[in-house]
Design a protein around this ligand. Structure first.
Ligand SMILES: [Zn+2]
Length: 395
């Protein structure tokens, strides 16, 4: 399959004008960018004026949640009900143009979903999955997570998740907005517990994501050696500098507080109160991180209140609106995200990569919002949503 005369935004930050992308529908891989070697009868379409870019990679989603105002209804669901919810949300996500995600874990469901999607049984993006997020007793996300206390239990919990197939470990370094009775501003684990979590995960060859709102919790997590900080809502200068010097990636999830604040009439009182307090500070914190040169990767926290699956591309618009340039914001939710979450050969338009592509009518570097309205979505060389490629031909 050959797509020619397209603007290619390749996911690494580079742009190729009037370029050609050749991919093989059978292997599902990109064969050439720029210099095609067409087989006889190979279909070739003229995409003049349109843009080809990688499918989005969202580094932080919750397939078990569907944007409900409160998680109360979700935590009482059986595994069977929750798995069907996950399958529905994975399909919505893929059809919107997201071809890779890091799924933050709910019970042991995400690893099963990831396996079935990769076998082609269920439609969805490529998934790097966690099992249960690790939290202190009564801490953020305990309903669907694994409660632990003490360094020995921390190590045991990490080993359990890896045994069940987790490709990364997530732990809750502070309280959270959506779990009543937890404090987003205070560290949850002791330093010794965080050290044990990260050391054990790295010994098992998986990366570590720390949910952290407050600066003290984020700093403790960075000192412990985590790979990514999720949210980073109240980062002060000292913490931002530490992220830079320790090469820790920030996944700011700007979509999460935005949607709660925008739906103030329907949010629960406690989550709204917490969110109003934090939203402005979150945006300042993000701006400070961009300014200081912290590496940023895009993740939506999709599934949290009013933050619906399939609207993931809005995170790129938020990252751009609050400080990043359009090219960096797009790379942060394609190539860089894939690299950071360990999704191999994804997030880029390069020979050898998976043919996970979006075709856009307009130039996303002029207006990043167009990323949310792809004309066609391709995963592994197959059109999975939107128009068939032949309908885009302008020759
Ligand atoms: Zn989350």
């Amino acid at each position: 399959m050959i797509l020619r005369n397209a603007r290619v935004v390749d996911g690494t930050g580079d742009v190729h004008e009037e370029a050609t992308v050749q991919f093989d529908s059978e292997s599902g891989r990109i064969e050439a960018v720029g210099d095609p070697d067409p087989a006889p009868d190979e279909p070739s379409y003229d995409l003049s004026g349109r843009t080809v870019m990688p499918g989005l990679v969202d580094a932080h989603v919750h397939f078990s949640l569907s944007g409900e105002p409160s998680v109360a209804d979700v935590v009482t669901m059986s595994d069977a009900e929750l798995m069907l919810t996950e399958a529905k949300n994975a399909r919505l996500t893929l059809e919107s143009g997201v071809t890779g995600v890091r799924a933050m874990g709910a019970r042991d469901l995400d690893v099963v979903l990831a396996e079935r999607v990769s076998q082609g049984d269920v439609p969805g993006p490529r998934i790097v999955a966690n099992c249960r997020s690790i939290t202190i007793t009564g801490g953020h996300g305990y309903h669907l997570g694994r409660e632990v206390d003490g360094a020995t239990e921390c190590r045991k919990a990490v080993r359990e998740q890896v045994k069940r197939g987790a490709r990364f470990i997530k732990f809750m370094a502070t309280g959270g907005v959506t779990t009543p009775g937890t404090d987003p501003d205070s560290p949850a684990f002791t330093q010794a517990e965080m050290d044990a979590l990260v050391d054990e995960a790295h010994r098992r060859g998986v990366h570590v994501a720390a949910h952290a709102h407050g600066a003290a919790g984020a700093r403790a997590a960075v000192e412990a050696g985590v790979d990514t900080i999720e949210h980073g809502t109240f980062l002060d200068e000292e913490t931002v500098d530490l992220l830079v010097s320790e090469d820790v990636v920030l996944v700011p999830t700007l979509s999460a507080p935005h949607h709660i604040v925008r739906n103030a009439d329907h949010a629960t009182d406690e989550s709204l109160q917490k969110t109003n307090d934090v939203y402005e500070r979150h945006l300042e914190s993000f701006g400070r991180a961009v300014e200081a040169g912290v590496e940023i990767v895009g993740g939506t926290d999709a599934g949290t209140p009013f933050n619906y699956h399939g609207a993931n591309a809005t995170e790129i618009a938020f990252m751009e609106e609050y400080g990043m340039n359009p090219g960096d914001a797009i790379a942060a939710m394609t190539g860089r995200a894939a690299e950071v979450i360990g999704l191999e050969d994804a997030g880029v338009v390069e020979p050898g990569a998976h043919a996970d592509l979006l075709v856009l009518d307009d130039d996303p570097l002029e207006d990043v919002a167009v990323v949310g309205e792809p004309r066609t979505v391709v995963k592994g060389g197959e059109v999975v949503a939107g128009d068939p490629l032949r309908r885009l031909d302008r020759s």
